[in-house]
Structure formats: C-alpha cells, structure tokens
Write a protein that binds this ligand. Sequence first.
Ligand code: HEC
Length: 104
Amino acid sequence: MKKILFAFVVVGSIVACAPKLVTPVSVTEEVTETTEPAPEMNDIASAGKVIFNNDCTKCHSLKVIGNHSKQQWTGILTKMTKMAKLDETQTNQVTQYVFWELEQ
Ligand code: HEC
C-alpha cells in the first residue's frame, strides 16, 4: 500500500510540474536562451550577415530569408556554403544569421 501511495505521489507531482516545464519552452525561446539573452543579433550572427550580404550575392541577387523555412534553409545552406566556398567558421556564422532572421 505504501508503495502504491508513493507511486501516486510521484506521478502526481510529475503531472503537476509538467505544464509549467513544457508550456513556456517554444523553439524561439530555447534558441534565444542558449545563444543570446536579448533579441539583438550576437557577434556570430553579425559576422554571418556580412558574409550573407557579400558572398551570397556573387551568383544571384540577395535571397529573402523569410521565403524559406528553417528546414529548407538547412538544406540550402549545406549546398550554398559550399558554392560560396565558406570555411567552417563562416558557415556557422551564416547559419546563425539565417536562423536569427527566421526568428524575428
Ligand atoms: C557559386 C555561385 C553561388 C554562390 C556563391 C551562392 N549561390 Fe545560392 N544559388 C546558386 C545557384 C546556381 C542557385 C540556383 C540553383 C540551385 O538551387 O542549385 C542558387 C540558389 C539559391 C537559393 C534558392 C534555393 C531554392 O531552393 O529555391 C538560395 C536561398 C540561395 N541560393 C542562397 C545562397 C546563400 C545563403 C549563399 C551564401 C552562403 C549562396 N546562395 C551562395 C549559386 C550560388
């Protein structure tokens, strides 16, 4: 009986806590919390913006970031950062910039 009661209390407290833990965590908040507390662009994204405006306009006009979803951009960037011959650091910077823009 003690065990059953204990299990009930444990389950009960998980259920009681769950909405508090789950509801405020949206994708946007998760990213802003881990990368930058304020909604301003961080240094990595700022560097990415410069690359995006310079290197990504060599073959075509400036692409509108909002025209593609985050998922689409992941695929596009894999391809385009190679086309633009970006190194690992630059690729990371452009990726951060694109993802930052998508959250605005
Ligand atoms: C060497 C030339 C070249 C460079 C540099 C380049 N692109 Fe492209 N990009 C292309 C070509 C060609 C296409 C169209 C054909 C294709 O989708 O492969 C394209 C298409 C795109 C598209 C449209 C994709 C779609 O599915 O509609 C996006 C967005 C894009 N590029 C973003 C970028 C970004 C961001 C960069 C910088 C990291 C970049 N491009 C650099 C040549 C380039």
